[in-house]
Design a protein around this ligand. Sequence first.
Ligand code: CDP
Length: 229
Amino acid sequence: MYEERFDKRRFDELRKIEAETGVVPNAAGSARFKIGNTEAIAAVYGPEEVKPRHLEHADKATIVCKYDMMPFSVPDRAKPGIDRRDMEISEVITSALNRAIFVEDLPKSMISVYVYVTQADAGTRCASLTAASMACADAGLPMRDLVAAVAVGKVGDSIVLDLTKEEEDYEGGTTDIPIAFLQSKGEIVLLQLDGNISREDLKKAIELGRKGAQEIYEIEKNALKRRFL
Ligand code: CDP
């Protein structure tokens, strides 16, 4: 039984969040998003000419995303370079951003998104996607809405919001579900599942994720307002 969280949070409580935009002066847009001990920095370039040319689409923008973990982001040193996990995470971030950005309004152009994880304590794909979406907004790209992402899951018998690495590794068993929303539309733009869960518990977890994402969404909006208003 997992009755009390390792870090004493309520089951439906997010870790402490910091969010800011405009952190990379040379990029068109950028953001830093920190949740507990997980931190991601995103920088966006474009829209610009598509290179290499074969990636160009006549009817929409091409989004290219690169996710990477800094070697010093985890206790064991993350191996430098891009591995299969980095490629998968880059893919899911790209796919979510394709839903968030009006890509059809930017034909024959390229948007490059670089996300670097400086500290990792679980939930890095969610922090990275949230940072990337704030950076896209900071770059002034036309968007349906911001993306708010968070991991939910089951630790032992409890449905919890925003898992830490310690919770992911809980010996009684864990199911990890990164989820992301276009909040004002209620649309899910990322949903992955690592572990087992019943249909009923999955529904509960998704609802918990929606609640957590709403809190993250407000924090993202405030960070953007601080920069522009
Ligand atoms: O980070 P996220 O939860 O989105 O993805 P994951 O593949 O489930 O990784 C979970 C966690 O494992 C990461 O957040 C890191 O804390 C840790 N990790 C690590 O210590 N070393 C790696 N090379 C990759 C991940």
